[in-house]
Design a protein around this ligand. Structure first.
Ligand code: NAD
Length: 496
């Protein structure tokens, strides 16, 4: 089903859907005045902002390329100071505090996140490039929900089944795609279990972690319980290698995950790795097609496709492939790409020039390998990093765009004839993080859920996250689970 339309990751405004009535939106930008971005930021160590000993780096707005702030780059000595602060807080205060008291701090943090949600959402969209609709309605509410959820566990750990003894100091390293949400996934369970933390946000999205540090101050969290060290790979390396760290929690790429696994091998450190994915979103011929189209769009274009569990491989049953693709293209033509702060925007900016270059490179590979490339017509802003939602048809399992994580708004479409073929193709990947199944038959959903080698299988929906539900991968998608009761296991001595 090759489609020879010209590639269109160049320029255009989201177009009126083909064959529908013309409609225009008035811009509805969210105000930036709610955030107060400082010119420069230090590190958050021992409850205070301190100067780093290393150099500083700039964080930019990927939608405009405007420099937002200079941020300290923590060197080894800074990381050491942060780990020592976390150790002192662990031994003197946090591990001795009754769970019910720790819970009060977590509840307080959760409530402050709700109170300052607009500020957090706007700052997240400015620093990351994601649409305000998502940061406001998905990221920040889920962040608050994680703190509420784990606050509830803090005084009930004996019922979780992993004992009540914390590990000590957790060194946590997170990526840029969900900066605040990944922070919440890491910090909330660690603190609930009585650990203290040193967290390193990604170098392109440090600002909301630094605002979270202010929230810790506002909540009167004892100094040193949460420490934030900003920087790039070297800072992360120093943190995970530090002998004073008892637990390493990492979310990011499989390559870096492998390097971390080597660094901690042979030590007593506990490790959880949440890595990449290449999820299959499988549509059977009996599925409600319009509903499936919404799920496909949400699966791959949510957060510009910068989602580890994105439904980046669409497997569609051959008998409905043509009809489904026609509806999908029509729906893609209505997606509005542009200003992340505009409330109408569906697809925001790509997070960095490096990530944009990687997406472009893999899309070119897809074309060179013979897949048919299609994108709706759409005008892109003159500055910033943008990539038009794109689909590739006629993809085979050998194509790189079917095997490698693109981590952008690019969908590879494959077809299948039988459920067994769908399972075989879905599992033919080194990853195993998530999958989607679209069918009217409950029995088929249960069978597929058992046969798919994926940590999460969504049925007739996609990309649903809830703090009560464990999340994690098989194979090269990592090990350990975050979220739910299982998420406590990684932060308690009795856990796996
Ligand atoms: P990345 O691995 O390049 O970076 C992640 C973090 O690790 C950053 O903070 C980075 O500074 C740090 N880092 C880099 N080198 C390091 C080293 N040698 N030692 C320690 N830390 C180091 O990943 P990214 O590009 O920021 O994020 C995208 C990746 O994250 C994708 O592969 C995506 O699938 C994955 N991801 C996975 C999940 C999940 O839950 N499984 C969630 C979100 C993102």
């Amino acid at each position: 089903m090759a489609d020879n339309s010209p590639p269109s990751d160049r320029t255009a405004t989201p177009r009126t859907p083909v064959g529908s009535n013309v409609f225009e939106y008035a811009p509805a930008p969210e105000s930036r005045s709610v955030v107060d971005i400082r010119a420069s930021y230090g590190l958050f160590v021992g409850g205070e902002f301190v100067d780093g000993g290393g150099t500083a780096f700039k964080t930019i707005n990927p939608a405009t390329e405007e420099v937002l702030a200079e941020v300290a780059e923590a060197d080894e000595a800074d990381v050491d100071a942060a780990v020592r602060a976390a150790r002192r807080a662990y031994e003197r205060v946090w591990s001795r505090m009754p769970g019910a008291e720790r819970a009060k701090y977590l509840y307080r943090i959760a409530r402050i996140i709700q109170e300052r949600s607009r500020e957090l959402a706007v700052l997240e969209s400015i620093d990351n490039g994601k649409p305000i609709r998502e940061s406001r309605d998905v990221d920040v509410p889920t962040v608050a929900a994680h703190f509420f959820y784990y606050a509830g566990w803090a005084d009930k750990l004996e019922h979780a089944g992993y004992g009540t003894t914390p590990l000590g100091v957790a060194g946590q390293v997170i990526p840029w795609n969900f900066p605040l949400l990944m922070l919440a996934w890491k910090i909330a369970p660690a603190l609930a279990c009585g650990n203290t933390v040193v967290l390193k946000p990604a170098e392109t999205t440090p600002l909301t972690a630094l605002l979270f540090a202010e929230i810790c101050q506002q909540a009167d969290l004892p100094p040193g319980v949460v420490n934030i060290v900003t920087g790039a790979g070297e800072t992360g390396r120093a943190l995970v290698a530090h002998p004073g760290v008892d637990k390493v929690a990492f979310t990011g790429s499989t390559d870096v995950g492998r390097a971390i696994a080597k660094t901690v091998a042979g030590t007593e450190k506990k490790v959880t790795l949440e890595l990449g994915g290449k999820a299959a979103n499988i549509v059977f011929e009996d599925a409600a097609l319009d509903q499936a189209v919404e799920g496909i769009v949400n699966g791959i274009f949510f957060n510009q496709g910068h989602v580890c569990c994105a439904g980046s491989r669409l497997l569609v049953q051959e008998s409905v492939a043509e009809e489904l693709l026609a509806r999908l293209k029509r729906r893609m033509s209505t997606l509005r790409v542009g200003d992340p702060l505009d409330k109408n925007t569906d697809v925001g900016a790509i997070n960095s020039a490096e990530q944009l270059a990687r997406i472009r490179e893999l899309a070119e590979v897809g074309e060179a390998e013979g897949a048919g490339r299609w994108s709706p017509e759409c005008e892109l802003p003159a500055h910033g990093f943008w990539f038009v939602p794109t689909l590739f048809t006629g993809v085979t399992q050998a194509h790189r765009i079917a095997r490698e994580e693109i981590f952008g708004p690019v969908l590879s479409v494959l077809t299948f004839r039988t459920p067994a073929e769908a399972v075989e193709k879905a599992n033919n990947t080194p990853y195993g993080l998530s999958a989607g199944v679209w069918t009217e038959k409950g029995s088929r959903i249960l069978k597929m859920a058992n046969e798919l080698r994926a940590g999460v299988v969504w049925a007739n929906t996609f990309n649903k996250f809830d703090p009560t539900s464990p999340f994690g991968g098989y194979k090269e998608s990592g090990y350990g689970r975050e979220g739910g009761r299982h998420g406590l296991a990684s932060y308690l001595k009795g856990g796996s």
